[in-house]
Design a binder for this molecule. Structure first.
Ligand SMILES: Cc1cc2nc3c(=O)[nH]c(=O)nc-3n(C[C@H](O)[C@H](O)[C@H](O)COP(=O)(O)OP(=O)(O)OC[C@H]3O[C@@H](n4cnc5c(N)ncnc54)[C@H](O)[C@@H]3O)c2cc1C
Ligand code: FES
Length: 367
């Protein structure tokens, strides 16, 4: 019992100490105006010191990815810092590889701007903007997934598969605004209206807000686009695996390919779900199958509720994919993997794909 409680108590004491340090630091220290030099002088920002780098950059219209809203729990806000800003914090280390530590990659939400800084940012981040949006449709498409359509004040230019961050305002007991990442489910051709698929996470801050508080007509800010999950311009056969809210970026990619007439590529789409109640958009994907000669749609249920009526595949999506790769899909063609969903599903699919010699595997882990 004591062994179980000890890490909890240590973590409580560390977070209390961390909060105390922040409060004392803000009272005692006044860092005044400091310069942030980005990409060797490409941009120089004059800012007030004292806040985390992530929020300081955002206040200047530069948005670094952040899937947890700056809590230090997603690892998305990595930035190369050329200036010495001190030891790594315990909150940063779990997200850093040895190579990243050698290169001085830091979590922008965890390091504070206290003096002049030199940093390196990918150029594409300069195109990321904040958009005002209005919710124009909210639809429950399964028992736990809501389809959210947002009309934007400005056009957004993105690649199919990329994601945006939704700004969640304070509500109820949540006293601070926060942000969460959601993949765009609509294609880039719709650039003033985007669609998201949001799965309700019990007690989750953003998903509780979106599922239970947000209404049609409400305003909602988004920031984006972000991410490296998009279609690679090759002829390789595509092996896609996604179920639940992971369908969002795959749907965007497939509609985009269809609209652009990229229908000569072979696509195998494995839609993993637990039971019939977790399936959706079947008509859309079946329709692709009819119109797109090389598109195969394979819904897989791990626990069908009505096994007698279900005539599709049964089992874990990994097992079914392995069987197809072993016995049905032509082994001689080059292949790429496109995966989206929970880290567990992605890790299992990725290692399986590698066993089958698929070494180009692209994914977004919804962690
Ligand atoms: C690139 C990317 C794309 C994504 N795309 C999508 C998408 O298209 N659709 C989608 O639905 N999701 C997507 N996600 C996931 C999404 O960003 C959120 O992580 C998810 O919706 C949960 O957010 P939340 O605020 O509701 O939960 P959070 O409040 O972040 O909570 C997550 C879990 O942690 C628990 N928790 C929270 N705080 C504490 C605490 N203090 N102590 C202990 N436990 C706690 C909660 O109970 C909950 O179970 C994506 C993530 C990434 C990184
Ligand atoms: S924003 Fe999530 S770790 Fe920094």
């Amino acid at each position: 019992m004591n062994l179980l409680l000890a890490p909890l108590i240590v973590s409580l004491i560390s977070s209390l100490l961390a909060s105390l340090i922040v409060i004392v630091d803000s009272i005692v220290n006044n860092y005044g105006e400091v310069n942030i030099n980005i990409n060797n002088g490409k941009k120089i920002l004059k800012v007030k010191g004292g806040s985390p780098l992530l929020f300081t950059l955002a206040s200047q219209g530069i948005f670094v990815p952040s899937a947890c809203g700056g809590k230090g729990s997603c690892g998305a806000c990595k930035v190369k810092v050329l200036t010495d800003v001190g030891e790594y914090l315990p909150t940063e280390l779990p997200f850093m590889s040895k190579d990243e530590i050698k290169e001085n990659i830091r979590l922008a939400c965890q390091i504070k701007v206290k003096k002049d800084l030199n940093i390196v940012l990918p150029e594409k981040l300069f195109n990321v903007k904040k958009y005002k949006g209005k919710v124009i449709s909210l639809k429950n498409i399964t028992h736990d997934i809501k389809e959210v359509k947002i009309q934007l004040s400005d056009k957004i230019y993105f690649k199919a598969g990329q994601y945006i961050q939704v700004v969640i305002p304070p509500y109820g007991k949540i006293k601070q605004s926060t942000q969460r990442a959601y993949s765009i489910a609509s294609p880039p051709s719709k650039n003033t209206e985007i669609e998201l698929l949001v799965r309700l996470v019990p007690d989750g801050i953003a998903t509780t807000y979106i599922h239970t508080i947000l209404n049609v007509g409400d305003e909602l800010e988004i920031i984006g686009p972000f991410g490296d999950f998009y279609l690679r311009d090759t002829n390789a056969e595509m092996i896609c695996v996604a179920g639940g809210s992971g369908v969002a970026p795959i749907k965007s990619i497939l509609i985009d390919m269809f609209e652009k007439g990229i229908t000569d590529r072979n696509v195998w789409y494995f839609f993993g779900a637990q039971s019939e109640k977790d399936l959706f958009y079947l008509e859309l994907f079946r329709n692709f199958e009819m119109k797109w000669k090389n598109f195969r749609f394979i819904p897989v249920l791990s626990k069908p509720q009505e096994p007698d009526k279900w005539d599709g595949e049964v089992g874990l999506v990994t097992e079914v994919m392995a069987r197809y790769l072993e016995t049905i899909i032509d082994k001689s063609l080059p292949k790429e993997g496109y995966l989206c969903g929970s880290p567990g599903m992605i890790n299992a699919c990725e290692s399986l794909m590698r066993k089958f010699g698929i070494d180009k595997v692209y994914y977004d882990k919804f962690a």
